[in-house]
Design a protein around this ligand. Structure first.
Ligand SMILES: Cc1cc2nc3c(=O)[nH]c(=O)nc-3n(C[C@H](O)[C@H](O)[C@H](O)COP(=O)(O)OP(=O)(O)OC[C@H]3O[C@@H](n4cnc5c(N)ncnc54)[C@H](O)[C@@H]3O)c2cc1C
Length: 466
């Protein structure tokens, strides 16, 4: 920071400011995705709205950008931060639940595990993602793809109000009546519009669900994958699944039969047990799974069905929203990650879309639906020198060969290696997001993974956006 300005610690008495010259800088700038090497001008942590407002004033005073940051799951999508203050949201407020109204108020900093722990004792569920330690607010600002999505749509559709500190440092509560444009933009447009300090969300009435994961030896993938795809074409909206060609590492957290053994996994949630059982039976008829873990479970257990890592890891990934997949697409998946492939990826995944995800309901936000039939996500975790090159090559091959089925659009929560916001939206939606940004943060104080720029869109530009 500029040494000629007043000391931040005197001007902003509640904030601890950590700069590159401080011993704690490396710890303070560390992101959940260890591949991200963030080098902000300074890091501050805020414990409440007042401290967030101080951080806004501090960044403005030093002519720096401000980056809202919860866990760093999406940190690889952040741009250069050399002129930015990284704002860690370290609120330790409790998640508040109103069981009668079936609503929760989620404070900044809360992880999905915190939210599920608060709502589950009331026999309620929430449309969380596949990982317990993803930040709930970061996920909701991007839309939120859950195992409840094909019945209930993106999770942001359930958000009823958002509290934020805006670019002027004012703390406000925004809902569909108080500020419809900003409320629309926040529900999908990400962290470009303010620092969100709390979100109110409707909960789901599911104390239990039929859910789990089934695993097949990779040798059966050539039969199970086409059958799963055939099932997805007529699947009921009560079931949401994911299919992964998966290579888990030989570590104690992984159950013995799955350690370092390539497998195909189908996991998810069925809100009608009969629909879930029918899906599992159909796949079982093609090939007997080595593990069938689909069963009736408390909905809190859905948080760990996908088995995502619950500690920081390095990850290099690729993502695309794909259309309907045919036999040739199956071949691509099997060539890159199937039996016999020297595959350096942890997994190549297809998350099932469609159902309620296909159409934006009335009154939804800027991410009210998702185009395509599948969200493809593939990732490798470089652990040793040389891993990264092999992983990047496999990801590039997958993306190149899947081009015929690529819709060209991206679901930005999954776009970890591309900070461009434009591909997340159709041109009209993106233009509206930019107008809302220009109205609320014309000086572009906030910097986000997938920052929405504030400038107005010219007609000619809008017409060439894919
Ligand atoms: C293992 C794993 C599993 C995942 N599973 C799913 C899934 O099932 N479904 C799904 O939809 N997504 C999933 N994601 C993606 C995840 O939802 C996004 O990475 C999300 O942005 C993470 O939010 P975060 O706050 O934890 O991360 P961060 O990197 O801290 O935040 C991401 C961005 O969100 C914004 N942001 C975060 N907090 C605030 C705030 N309080 N105010 C303003 N802006 C804020 C910022 O712009 C920030 O750059 C997964 C990611 C991982 C790594």
């Amino acid at each position: 920071m500029n040494s000629r300005t007043a000391s931040p610690t005197r001007l902003y008495p509640n904030l601890t400011v950590v700069g590159p010259e401080h011993a704690g800088y490396d710890e303070a700038r560390r992101a959940w995705n260890l591949q991200a090497d963030l080098r902000p001008a300074a890091v501050v942590s805020a414990r409440d709205e007042r401290e967030v407002a101080e951080a806004v004033h501090l960044a403005r005073h030093h002519d720096l950008k401000l980056v809202p940051f919860t866990t760093g799951h999406l940190a690889t999508a952040l741009p250069d931060l050399s002129h930015a203050v990284l704002l860690r949201l370290d609120f330790d407020h409790a998640v508040e639940v109103d069981p009668a109204a079936r609503r929760a108020r989620i404070p900044a900093g809360a992880l999905w595990e915190d939210v599920v722990d608060a709502v589950a004792p009331h026999g309620l569920a929430v449309a969380h993602g596949s990982s317990p330690d993803v930040g709930a607010i970061g996920y909701l600002l991007g839309g939120g793809l859950s195992f409840y999505s094909r019945r209930h749509g993106v999770a942001a559709n359930a958000v009823t109000a958002i509290e934020l500190v805006d670019a002027a440092g004012e703390h406000r509560r925004v809902d569909a009546d108080s500020d419809p444009d900003l409320f629309w933009a926040l529900r999908g447009g990400g962290g470009s519009f303010g620092v969100v300090t709390a979100v109110e969300i409707e909960l789901l009435p599911y104390p239990e669900v039929f859910a789990g994961a089934a695993f097949w030896p990779i040798a059966d993938a050539a039969r199970v994958l086409p059958e799963w795809l055939a099932w997805t074409r007529e699947a009921p909206g009560s079931v949401t699944t994911s299919m992964r060609l998966l290579r888990l590492p030989p570590v104690p957290e992984v159950p013995e039969p799955l350690r370092a053994v390539p497998v195909l996994c189908v996991d998810g949630v069925a809100l009608e047990e009969a629909d879930g059982r029918a899906m599992v039976e159909r796949l079982r008829a093609v090939a007997e799974p080595m593990i069938d873990g689909w069963e009736r479970l408390p909905s809190a257990a859905v948080l760990r069905v996908h088995g995502d890592p619950e500690h920081p890891v390095p990850g290099c990934s690729e993502h695309a929203l794909l259309g309907e997949l045919d036999e040739e697409a199956v071949e691509v998946f099997l060539d890159v990650a199937g039996e016999g492939a020297e595959c350096p990826l942890l997994f190549a995944e297809l998350r099932q879309l469609g159902g309620a995800l296909a159409t934006a309901p009335t009154g939804s936000g800027s991410r009210g639906h998702l185009v395509g039939r599948f969200a493809m996500f593939a990732i490798g975790c470089p652990m040793a020198p040389g891993d990264e090159g092999a992983i990047d090559a496999a990801l590039a091959e997958l993306m190149t060969r899947l081009a015929p089925w690529d819709t060209g659009r991206r679901y930005l929560n999954f776009a970890e290696n591309d900070g461009e916001a434009r591909r997340g939206f159709d041109p009209a939606t993106f233009a509206r997001l930019r107008r809302v940004r220009a109205a609320h943060d014309p000086g572009e104080l906030f910097l986000a993974a997938h920052t929405v720029p504030a400038e107005p869109v010219r007609e000619a530009e809008a017409s060439v956006v894919a």
